[in-house]
Design a protein around this ligand. Sequence first.
Ligand code: GTP
Ligand code: MG
Length: 329
Amino acid sequence: MAFWRTKKAPPDDSVSSTEAAPKSGGGLFSKMRAGLQKTRRTLNTDIRDLFKSEGRLVDDTLLNELFAKLIRTDMGIGPAETIRDDVATRLRGRVVHFEEVVQTITEQTRTMLQQESTELRLADTGPTVILVVGVNGSGKTTSIGKLANHLHQAGHKVVLGAGDTFRAAAVEQLTVWAGRIGCDIVTGKPEADPASVAFQCVEQAIATGADIAIIDTAGRLQTQTNLMQQLEKIRRVVEKKIEGAPHEVLLVLDATAGQNAISQARGFSEAAGCTGIVLAKLDGSAKGGVVLPIREQFQLPVKFVGLGEGVEDIAPFDPASFANALFSE
Ligand SMILES: Nc1nc2c(ncn2[C@@H]2O[C@H](COP(=O)(O)OP(=O)(O)OP(=O)(O)O)[C@@H](O)[C@H]2O)c(=O)[nH]1
Ligand SMILES: [Mg+2]
């Protein structure tokens, strides 16, 4: 199993390793910053309000106030406590300015977000198959469009599979994305078995020498047993065609859904054998801190973040860039 390989030289602004994360500038970093603007503004205003221009003593009162502000980003009690305790360890008893505290928080957040790899697992030979799953309306189809474009731009030949055969509109939606990007798409008849569409998609990928097949699925809940079995069937037929496939099962989570909704997706993730997370709609949320509990609760790497509805509005998740974009003015 190989990791992410780009066929064309990656653009200068690509940020795929934590060490390489720029402090400012760079297309993807700017995108991340723009996407996280709401959260950053709220946090910065909130935390700045705690400090006078001459600085403030770091004591229990300040630490508790800081904790309350952090919670507002939906980062959850555990991560907010960790950050508060780190500020206490490093700065308690000192009179500090806003900037110093924010720097401390950013560093701790970066540490908490560290993960092994954000890169897509690609097949050593033959097409890589990516299955995209999640609850209704989480952003699956849009994320597939953006991801397909991202991969296409990196020089990969991509084919899409319209595995959501329940709604004609879902097929149309993915067909529009395929047209926009200029990649192939495999569609089935209305209400066709999604597994047969997935099978045909993989067959077409092999026949046309495509590098990556991305299969869309209908939204579902973990409690819908028949729909969960259907996912299992998709996996089986895909694996029959290519050993080791699907190489990635990406769970799309809606960043605006709140922490509880996201926690509920944990069971789903386990049932569907997910391998990574795409966190969609981060741009619309003042609660970008939700990435912290996601990293804490899911034993899965966050691979991409969705930062808008446009074709370019996706970025590989990078902990250092993310932490900077979350806190740094
Ligand atoms: N602002 C913003 N909107 C997004 C993003 N991703 C998806 N959306 C919007 O969210 C809505 C639902 O997106 P879809 O991609 O259709 O979601 P889905 O999971 O495929 O939905 P179902 O197929 O019905 O389960 C659409 O209006 C999208 O434009 C994002 O990163 N940012
Ligand atoms: Mg969809």
